[in-house]
Design a binder for this molecule. Structure first.
Ligand code: FAD
Length: 457
């Protein structure tokens, strides 16, 4: 839609990420008129595919779905986006403590006891997470106790050996993108419970969150979704002020665009939602909540080679390391394309440290790591691409918002509760696979249904 100066709609939606666009489509299907105001010059938000080499999409943002991401499978089928399985054949390469680089089978043989310890703790986490009601984590029987300690403190108290504790940290930071000392233990349990069990959250295969990718790149999903509602999306329209009464909203964008409606759905991360002005001002509890929900820190770095040489050596392209800089990696080749692609993750403090270096220094440090694991061929990529998210004005970090200690129990009720005509979406407010694309769809549908019900009443 070209940028007009004034729009009337039933429902104004802030943000054309997956959540906002799903909300718009749901509202439209109910016979109401939405308008989506998007700050950026593109749709998709935390989904961002770059195709530097034709036919080789690189996912700077969201990449995978897992077997229980039923909304995403349904959406992809509806939009005609095909999927393909993540490559998994071969061994993972490990590098923990002073063990040196070890192939998976050798690592498992040497650290069988430590891996059993880890398994024990994961089972305990599943049992505790099962006590957390995802709609209201503050009502968990032990909420007060669990919300005043960090996940890191709880981990430290499990009597784990250094290797088991390190593995637990690596896999948790791989989900939350912040060190476990920054996250409430209750929030960790909530996250596990929204995803099912730890095996689904942490595993890379067999029912994990990273089993399946999209043909043509993840951005095909928002691109095709946007095409269905193109007359209802305005790009380059950053929302700055929301005036609201019990039954009307007037939404002001930078540049002068004003959208009027009966409801607004704010489908952006809570910390960004807190940067919008509201008139009248929102309650103190809502504002104090958004002051306390920082986004994590993560970036992805891609090494593209002329072939996936590690496969011939029996590796699956995954590494786990506490030497780093990257703690984890994946084979992200595209079936039918000859190139070999390895994706390295910088998360939490690794993203903060290495993300601030000049790209050449970051690339050199990551190259050295790949060479340690996969040999000299890794030193000569054809292409290197990486992507930072905290510098992006309309995201400011990823993968999602994390609740520090005492936030769920003191402020959690304000996370998704509507305030008059204002409703909240974004994956950060989801109760199913919160933080994932699946959660973005879940939250967008929930907010849209609530608005539809109100406007029908
Ligand atoms: C590096 C990375 C890797 C990830 N990997 C995965 C993965 O493998 N699998 C998975 O399921 N999920 C993954 N995720 C998470 C997934 O991308 C998100 O859960 C999902 O895309 C969030 O969608 P959303 O609509 O809730 O929010 P967003 O995508 O953040 O959308 C919000 C939109 O609002 C816009 N906006 C912000 N402020 C304003 C304003 N003031 N006015 C107007 N518009 C505004 C933004 O530009 C954006 O388009 C990853 C994310 C990142 C960044």
């Amino acid at each position: 839609m070209p940028n007009p100066s004034h729009i009337d709609a039933d429902v104004v939606i802030v943000g054309a990420g997956l959540s906002g666009m799903i909300a718009a489509r749901t509202v439209l299907a109910a016979g109401l008129t939405p308008v989506v105001l998007e700050a950026d010059d593109r749709v998709g938000g935390r989904i961002l595919t770059e195709e530097v080499i034709p036919g080789l999409p690189l996912e700077l943002g969201a990449q995978w779905i897992g077997d229980t991401h039923e909304r995403m499978f349904r959406l992809a089928a509806e939009l005609g986006v095909q999927t393909f399985p993540q490559y998994e054949d071969g061994e993972t390469s490990y590098e923990l403590g002073d063990s040196g680089v070890l192939r998976e089978n050798d690592f498992h043989a040497r650290f069988a006891g430590e891996l059993a310890e880890l398994e024990r703790v994961l089972r305990r986490l599943d049992e505790m997470a099962a006590e957390v009601p995802v709609e209201a984590p503050w009502l968990a029987p032990h909420a007060a106790e669990w919300d005043v300690i960090t996940a890191g403190t709880w981990y430290d108290n499990q009597g784990l050996s250094p290797v088991a504790r390190t593995l637990l940290e690596i896999c948790t930071v791989g989900i939350l993108a912040v060190p476990t000392v920054e996250v409430s233990f209750l929030h960790l349990l909530f996250t596990i419970q929204t995803c099912g069990v730890t095996s689904e959250l942490f595993a890379e295969s067999e029912g994990g969150a990273q089993t399946t990718r999209f043909v043509g790149g993840t951005s095909e999903i928002p691109r095709r979704l946007a095409a269905l509602i193109t007359d209802h999306i305005v790009l380059k329209a950053p929302v700055q002020l929301i005036e609201h009464t019990a039954d009307s909203v007037t939404v002001h964008c930078r540049g002068g665009l004003v959208a009027r409606g009966r409801r607004v759905i704010v489908a952006i991360s809570p910390t960004l939602a807190g940067r919008i002005m509201y008139d009248p001002p929102l309650s103190g509890v809502r504002d104090q909540l958004t002051q306390r929900l920082p986004n994590g820190s993560a970036m992805k770095a891609f090494f593209v080679y002329d072939e996936p040489f590690w496969r011939a050596d029996g590796f699956n392209g995954q590494l786990i390391s506490d030497i780093g800089p990257a703690r984890m990696s994946n084979d992200t080749c595209i079936p039918g394309n000859d190139h070999g692609v390895i994706l390295l993750f910088l998360e939490g403090d690794q993203a903060r440290t290495f993300g601030r270096l000049p790209q050449a220094e970051r690339r050199a440090a990551l190259t050295a790591e790949l060479v340690r694991h996969y040999g000299g061929k890794a030193a000569k990529p054809e292409l290197y691409v990486d992507g930072e998210w905290s510098d992006r004005q309309w995201t400011r970090g990823c993968y999602n918002a994390n609740h520090g200690p005492h936030v769920w129990t003191c402020y959690g009720q304000a996370l998704s509760a509507p305030i008059g005509a204002i409703h909240w979406a974004s994956t950060d407010t989801a109760t199913y696979w919160s933080a994932y694309m699946e959660g973005a769809v879940d939250a967008g549908e929930r907010a849209a249904q609530a608005v539809i019900a109100e406007l029908a009443g």
